[in-house]
Design a protein around this ligand. Structure first.
Ligand code: SAM
Length: 472
């Protein structure tokens, strides 16, 4: 690792006596950790390996072959470095009732999936990514996690300023100079320069300026970076305090988590440093927008809800057969609608929010996509298979072995035997849905999404697995 000279001297100035230990830590192996999906995990992991600030996070001794673990593809866990899991802890301390939550810089989805697991049930989660190719990866991870209250958008921060006072909580895990990623990612070192730090600061301020309008008075903004310099960390919090009257809120931590406090100023901010904290470099602070007499006026957004909905549904070629509504649990709590050749479901409670958001944003995914029409065939969507709301009783299910699951995830045809009905069949591994096949009698068609398939030809001789402990 060749650390840039300017980075060394700037960080020496910041960390003083701690610098040598910090630099040594950059040459050590990164800890490996995963965060479980509490709604899907088939067991638990060793309590003694728990990430101290995360109820669902665990360190692993060895790196498993994630690609060849079907449970990874089924959304049972997310591979995430431990420091970032602090978000779940912040959410648990501050958010006690359902909220409208925006994750503005969300791809690939680590913090979105943590928020889904820790926000109060019934929250609406809007997860946004500005870059299209990254936004598609975000969709994949959100679909695999299986939550029905989630919308994925592909927009800029500016696009959200229309939604004045709309969100209760906004996370800005902003693009930054990435110093905290140096030991994991050589590109982060190559791209680093003092000029780039300055560019990042300007971009962060712009993002915050645009998004501040969308936060309701009294709402929370959670700001994070994966970098160490004070310009992108403490000074941005200072900027929010001075320019937007943001109140900086403390987060409860324990001494043996070894989280460092502010390097500059006295605000309560949280720094994860690799020489003292078990995780990568990370910074987080929580701020509250001042309360004013201004209230959120849901009905004051200038868009024609009914016209918008009609426009979307008008070209639809598909009709909602009553049977399709039974494919999910509690269908009465969902709004079901058609768009072109697709049928979708969305929590009834947030129906108007969906139309409002659709009127201005580029929505890539929302709620539960149920099925699409090919010829006369209603084909269940992959997102229905991974949804936590799937009514399994509505489908014939088959459980498959590890080797068949790998064949399935490579999108190759799998053999099934026995008296299995023709039509769409749900495939499970360790009782967790992986996706659909269509049994056409003499063979099966594999309906796993082409773009998500395992591409690797090689299967390791010896697989390292996640050390599950069965739930009692
Ligand atoms: C630190 S990463 C987000 C990681 C993500 N929150 C997670 O936990 O998986 C920052 C994201 O911001 C996006 N981004 C880049 N420029 C942006 C901009 N001008 N406005 C908003 N987001 C931007 C990047 O594409 C990137 O996906």
């Amino acid at each position: 690792m060749n650390l840039p000279k300017a980075f060394i001297s700037r960080t020496q100035d910041l960390l003083k006596d701690e610098y040598p230990a910090f630099e040594r830590a950059l040459y050590e192996e990164s800890p490996i950790s995963v965060r479980l999906n509490p709604s899907k995990a088939p067991g638990i992991l060793n309590k003694s390996k728990q990430v101290p600030w995360s109820i669902n996070g665990f360190y692993l001794d060895k790196r498993p072959n994630f690609t060849f673990d079907p449970l990874f593809h089924a959304g049972v866990y997310y591979v995430q470095e431990a420091s970032s899991m602090f978000l779940g802890h912040v959410i648990q301390q501050y958010i006690k009732t359902p909220v409208r939550y925006l994750d503005l810089c969300a791809a690939p989805g680590g913090k979105t999936t943590d928020a889904i697991s820790t926000l109060p049930e019934g929250s609406l989660i809007v997860s946004n990514e500005i870059l299209k190719n990254r936004a598609h990866v975000l969709v994949e991870n959100v679909i695999k996690w299986g939550n029905s209250h989630c919308i994925v958008t592909n927009n800029s921060a500016e696009d959200f300023s229309f939604f004045k006072n709309y969100f209760d909580v906004i996370l800005t895990d902003v693009p930054c100079s990435g110093e905290g990623m140096f030991r994991k990612d050589a590109d982060a070192i190559n791209e680093w320069s003092t000029a780039n730090v300055q560019k990042c600061v300007e971009r962060q301020k712009k993002i915050l300026h645009h998004i501040w309008e969308a936060l309701r008075p009294g709402g929370l903004l959670i700001y994070s970076t994966c970098t160490y310099n004070v310009e992108e960390d403490e000074e941005i919090i200072e900027f929010l305090h001075q320019n937007y009257a943001a109140e900086i809120l403390p987060v409860e931590t324990l001494p043996d988590w070894y989280i460092k406090k502010a390097i500059k100023g006295n605000f309560p901010v949280y720094r994860f440093m690799p020489h003292i904290t078990k995780g990568e470099g990370f910074f987080m602070a929580v701020v509250r927008k001042p309360e004013t007499s201004e209230k959120r006026h849901e009905n004051s957004f200038s868009y024609d809800k009914h016209n918008y909905r009609k426009k979307t549904e008008k070209d639809s070629k598909i009709s909602i057969l009553p049977e399709i509504k039974t494919w999910i649990n509690h269908p009465e709590t969902f709004y079901t609608w058609t768009s072109s050749d697709r049928i979708q479901a969305f929590p009834l409670h947030y129906k108007d929010d969906l139309w409002l958001l659709s009127s201005r944003l580029n929505i890539l995914h929302s709620g539960i996509p149920l099925c699409y029409l090919r010829g006369k065939d209603y084909i269940p969507e992959h997102a229905l298979a991974t949804s936590l709301e799937l009514n399994r009783n509505a489908f014939y299910c088959i459980e498959i072995s590890h080797s068949t699951a790998i064949t399935y995830l490579k999108r190759e045809s799998i053999q099934i035997s026995g008296n299995i009905p023709r039509g769409h069949i749900l495939v499970t591994y360790q009782n967790i849905p992986l996706g659909w096949i269509k049994n056409i009698g003499n063979r099966t068609n594999n309906l796993y999404p082409q773009e998500w398939r395992i591409r690797s030809k090689h299967l390791p001789d010896k697989l390292i697995n996640i050390p599950w402990i069965k739930k009692q």
